[in-house]
Write a protein that binds this ligand. Sequence first.
Ligand SMILES: NC(=O)c1ccc[n+]([C@@H]2O[C@H](COP(=O)([O-])OP(=O)(O)OC[C@H]3O[C@@H](n4cnc5c(N)ncnc54)[C@H](OP(=O)(O)O)[C@@H]3O)[C@@H](O)[C@H]2O)c1
Length: 339
Amino acid sequence: MHDVNRQWRLVSRPAAMPEPGNWQLVEGPVPDPGEGQVVARACWLSVDPYMRGRISAGPSYARPVEPGEVMQGGGVGVVVKSRHPAFAPGDVVESMGWGWQDFATLDPRATRKVDPALGPMRHALGILGMPGLTAYFAFLETGAPRPGDTVVVSSAAGAVGQVVGQLASIMGCRAVAVAGGAEKLAWCREIGYAVGVDYKAGDLRGALAAATPEGIDVYFDNTAGPIFDAVMERINLRARIVQCGTIDTYNRPGQPDTGLRHHRHMLVKRARWQGFLYTDVAHRAEEGLARLSALLREGRLRYREDVSEGIEAMPAAFLRLLSGANLGKQLVRVSPEPA
Ligand SMILES: NC(=O)c1ccc[n+]([C@@H]2O[C@H](COP(=O)([O-])OP(=O)(O)OC[C@H]3O[C@@H](n4cnc5c(N)ncnc54)[C@H](OP(=O)(O)O)[C@@H]3O)[C@@H](O)[C@H]2O)c1
């Protein structure tokens, strides 16, 4: 355990793909909690695609990180000091307000205790946390799948996508994975996707047509861009399109949203295209966690994680995610879990 607090602070905003030099690792004292606060030591930190938006200045659904500030992000770890009656040293806690640092001063209103009976603590950042709950609510409620539907998922092997694909198979749908490369698609097949499309292999439209002979009823979109366009040409009557992410756009901010348009497909197919944001359903986490953890216990859900070692690896782990080098939920192991 370190007696200093190492923090990654944002130094500059990237114009396109971020570089490690956009952040700087600095050392400071371990904080003391104020009245009503909790200080916890990170065991695992998360990197997530939404962080790309947080280092841009433009308007979004959350306040951006300013240069000089600690980089925002989620973490899970152990309470070391508490001045709040509901938390005691030794409690395992998760918060999306952790930041890229060893020790976080946490707001108890944005911190939850992690039940060790549900699974390893790192799952609180993945399948039993924001990505898993996003998959659960966005697919089941916004996507409104029906047995027999053809469900296409982009970024299908990722933290969110791998859960959507498995939920689709459990629901009796035919799940079609779109991901970059043979290794990711092999994993998708292993967990129940019926077929996969490698969007980096060329002829995306042809491959998608071969994979979806009966058209597409639900599209769970994590990417926008060319995959979205290819899918739209194949949607069925009353298709449902879940806009969960737009990662293809993240590293080319400011580029105009012009090009292929889908209005006619939407009208002819009377389709529904709806955005989803986890914060809208976060208050229902218990409900989703109960179902996801039961499926995990029953062996009906599997979850792959991709672990980088040490807090020094935070920027590199984030870049792995943006470049597609991660296979599964990208995590960083920061310090040992308590025995
Ligand atoms: N709306 C919400 O509340 C919410 C919550 C969580 C996540 N999300 C969104 O869901 C998406 C997936 O997040 P995640 O945490 O599960 O990440 P992830 O899928 O584990 O990792 C990101 C993946 O995106 C793919 N990718 C990167 N650039 C791409 C591009 N230009 N075109 C197509 N694919 C690209 C890469 O996979 P390939 O090798 O397959 O390219 C990469 O592995 C993101 O867009 C994220 O912003 C939204």
